[in-house]
Ligand binder design. Structure first.
Ligand code: UTP
Length: 289
């Protein structure tokens, strides 16, 4: 079996972010900052660190702030340089990608994550690719996608990041029907999107990191809606099991669901505490509560 390298990553950022209204009325959810960087920047940095060379954004209405964020801003760069604010200058230059490394396509209607990924099919072409959901923020070293790429380079197929969730929460996630489990990697014979706790085949849930083979596009072409009337990526992946192996990697690290308020606040605390420049003072602030 030849295992093709993962060179491209898709960032679906076309969701409406209704759980974060009113903050997301005029600003994309993916631009919410954790400490001082927007969520999408963490995802792009994680992908870059994992060796990704091409960055494909699936955007939608009111998402232009994301394109601006990854663009050069000559005026700001010049002004920071003139005023000697070199750390600030370095912080914005750090996020800039090479010309041509980044491309954008639009999901014209938010029909679900599967549909958003399908919108990137022509940019991905016939090769494996990663999908990163920026609102699942992961504190890990090495980064979660890097851990997944290392696993993928050994075993190939589809590899997703998984974690155990409380059984009462299975109806929020795609859940694995496990056939083989060595404690680190769980092979699945099926997947169920958002099962009721009583019906869930396990409590092992998919979180927002995927390495997928292009066969998934053939299934997404069917445009079949699943749970909640949305076109689900898990349904399309599930239909390729048998043809493509499916493995869940229990990554080392901690995930924060920044799509909801509590997860987002916790992420700010955890990432703040992980920062040398503010951790001591943040600890004092937290104690005062
Ligand atoms: P969510 O399920 O969190 O949906 O999407 P959402 O619309 O962003 O937020 P809520 O539930 O209304 O609060 C997970 C990821 O998939 C993208 C989102 O942008 C987010 O990164 N997504 C979702 C799309 O790109 N298109 C869609 O149609 C749905």
């Amino acid at each position: 079996m030849t295992i093709k390298p993962v060179r491209k990553a898709v960032f679906p950022v076309a969701g409406q972010g209704t759980r974060f209204l009113p903050a997301t009325k005029a600003m994309p959810k993916e631009m919410l900052p954790v400490v001082d960087r927007p969520l999408i920047q963490y995802a792009v940095d994680e992908a870059r660190d994992a060796g990704i060379e091409e960055f494909i954004f699936v955007t939608g209405r009111a998402k232009s702030a994301i394109e601006d964020h990854f663009d050069r801003s000559s005026e700001l760069e010049r002004s920071l340089e003139e005023r000697g604010k070199l750390d600030a200058l370095a912080s914005i230059m750090d996020g800039v990608l090479e010309p041509g490394q980044i491309s954008y396509t639009r999901q014209q209607q938010p029909l679900g994550l599967g549909h958003a990924v399908w919108c990137a099919r022509n940019l991905v072409g016939d090769e494996p690719f990663a999908v990163l959901l920026a609102d699942d923020l992961i504190l890990a070293a090495p980064g979660c996608l890097k851990q997944m790429v290392e696993t993928y380079n050994r075993i190939g197929g589809n590899v997703v990041a998984v974690e155990d969730v409380p059984r009462e929460h299975t109806d929020r996630y795609g859940i694995l029907d496990v056939s083989n489990d060595d404690g680190k990697i769980a092979e699945a014979k099926g997947l169920v999107e958002k099962p009721a706790p009583a019906d869930a085949p396990s409590t092992l849930s998919i979180i927002g990191r995927y390495i997928l083979q292009p066969e998934v596009f053939r299934e997404l072409d069917r445009q079949e809606a699943g749970v909640g009337g949305e076109i689900q990526i898990t349904d399309a992946i599930a239909r390729t099991i048998g043809e493509v192996t499916f493995n869940g990697l229990r990554f080392d690290g901690r995930r924060f669901d920044c799509g909801n308020q509590l997860g987002f606040i916790e992420a700010n605390i955890a990432f703040g505490l992980a920062r040398d420049d503010i951790s001591r003072e943040l600890r004092e602030v937290l104690k005062s509560y």
